[in-house]
Ligand binder design. Sequence first.
Ligand SMILES: Nc1nc2c(ncn2[C@@H]2O[C@H](COP(=O)(O)OP(=O)(O)OP(=O)(O)O)[C@@H](O)[C@H]2O)c(=O)[nH]1
Ligand SMILES: [Mg+2]
Length: 253
Amino acid sequence: MNLIFILGTAGSGKSELTGSFTSWLEQQGEDVISVNLDPGAITLPYSPSVTVRDYVKVEEVMEEYSLGPNGGLMLACDMIIDVIDEIYREIQEFVPEVVLIDTPGQLELFAFRDTGARIAEKLGEESKAIIYLFDSVFCRDPLNYVMNMFIASAINIRFLLPQVSALSKADLLSEEEIEEIEGWGEDPLLLEAAIYSRLEGVDRILSQDMMDIINRLGLELNPIPISSRTYEGFSWLYSELARILTRGEKFTQ
Ligand SMILES: Nc1nc2c(ncn2[C@@H]2O[C@H](COP(=O)(O)OP(=O)(O)OP(=O)(O)O)[C@@H](O)[C@H]2O)c(=O)[nH]1
Ligand SMILES: [Mg+2]
């Protein structure tokens, strides 16, 4: 079984990708299911095979513990740990080859508290990978692009799992904009030039320093442009995941 966690900042397109990539993989003949781990997702753009909301719902947690939306979501995310064994059992009943896992809207609650890493740990011996979404609408700005590199690196260090970056909602950008962002991924000098010409003051210094640190880590972060609307980039994303998880073979033999 191959578990693929989809992470990204709030609104970056995690849920849409979970739904659209599940359908797309089905069309490729893959035995795939989707799992929702966001206790706050009152509506979803897909029907998950397994959902944490059968066990933990943010609105009930808020009411029971008299918490606001953020406190409620924080506690609800922590509570996933208590039900992860049951969720895992439910997943196993499907005997899938690929499991796409949608994660909570607030990335930091999943990735930077204990929750995410402990969940990944609890899911045992399965092969695992992460898709990190760079939200393309924000990534037109080099400062935001570097911020995303920084978060992607932090996730990499935190989870220590193979990771693929994707530039979500690519249909919202022009071809030139996508090419520019792809260039930043391939050649740090192009990113540096964009930082220099488009940013000034603290933004410029911050971006440059962060970029230097990230580059020193030596991580491959070049995001693959994808769209859940047009399915652009899905073949590329698929082949990257297969390369990482199954040495390029199809998941379902
Ligand atoms: N044009 C376009 N819009 C997209 C795409 N993917 C997501 N969106 C839109 O972006 C918004 C956020 O998408 P979601 O999939 O809910 O993002 P998310 O990361 O799950 O959001 P939260 O869980 O609330 O943090 C929605 O309005 C989507 O319709 C895409 O590929 N293209
Ligand atoms: Mg979502």
